[in-house]
Design a protein around this ligand. Sequence first.
Ligand code: PMP
Length: 459
Amino acid sequence: MNQLPPPDPLAPVIAADRAHVWHHLVEHKFTETHGPDLMVRGRGLRLWNAEGREHLDAVSGGVWTVNVGYGRRSIADAVRDQLAELNFYANTAGSIPGARFAAQLIARMPGMARVYYGNSGTEVNEKAFKMVRQIAHRHHGGRKHKILFRQRDYHGSSLAAVSASGQPERAAQYGPFVPGFVEVPHCCEYRAQWEGAEYGLRAADAIEAVILREGPDTVGALCLETMTAGGGVIPAPEGYWPRVQEICAKYDILLHLDEVVCGGGRTGKWFGYQHYGIKPDFVTMAKGVASGYAAIACLATSRRVYEMFDGAPGDPLSAFRDISTYAGCTAGPAAALENLRIIEEEDLLANACRMGDRLEAGLRDLAERHRAIGDVRGKGLFWGAELVSCRRSKAPVPEAQVQAVIADCLAQGVIIGSTSRALPGMNNTLCLAPALVATPADIDAITAALGAALGRVFG
Ligand code: PMP
């Protein structure tokens, strides 16, 4: 008698997913009948899916998050121990790991004074926007309420964060946008908007032009990604940051740097802005704070900002009356403390610099051999390769070719990504952001797979 094969234990999981989960970003109708390709185990940069197939993850969990790599038992233990001791109390009172992590973080951010906890990048950006609005009401009669943001930058998924993101086509989905957010030009030298030398200065001066058009007494803050991530992997050109800082000082505008991607060592320093000697008023961070081991995000503020909320008793505008329930969950700071300890003990910032240099060299070498690569840009362990169908016109390759390269790498067992699909005509940049624990062999395997994929897709 023929024996029946054992039942697939994952079959009910797949069925439940197809029937009930609404996945992020993807065309959801497709997922009713396809996938999911469930990842079930991770160690370092390696992931295994439900069929036991091994992958090399070059995008740290898809969205550049798992900075210290998968399978960190010491973080899991720290979270478990803390939850068993005390899982939650509202952050009105605080917690032992919350106080400890704030002190550790501020010690690594000279010039910053306070940490305000949240759960996601979106949320801490919103909190900074709300602080800017409250400062405007308390100190400027409500006038200095506008927040400038940059084309191509992304600050999150809530309505205000979408309104503050340089992706205007989203208006067709979610408009009308929240008022008071004003766009300034991007600073991508490869896609230069102005002729001539000193592009960094020109791009920064374009921000000043917007401030003058809007009226400096109406502009409260400038919110920028230190390096544009999902919008094209765009580090600022030489000269940009000192000029931006000068402009903010000149017009008394608060500088909010979104380090949701760059924070936590991704660029080879604790924070991306620390490469440039900038003095921000707000720094927001999320992904690398706990490498995806718990939900935690932080808004760090300067003393100047903190003291604008002087806490005068009875004045409703003098304290920041805002709360997020889950910012009282102790799993976040417990994971963040251990994540920070690992980064320092294993010297991962230095490794990110070394491996970043190797990745850059590998990509530049590929660009010599594949004309489809129009530009290579990035910092530390976050790199982009922009794909064009003609180097002279810089016409972006069609989306299908970008996806074909990604699919080919996946077939070779290497997971790479691309810039935001929400940006038609701009989603042609491949993204590579492996965990900070990457080895030379990992980096070489990533560039080898990419080279093979480019060869097959573009010939
Ligand atoms: N800012 C930047 C620069 C981001 O890349 C992201 C997310 N990719 C966010 C903010 C939003 O973070 P979250 O998804 O945690 O809300």
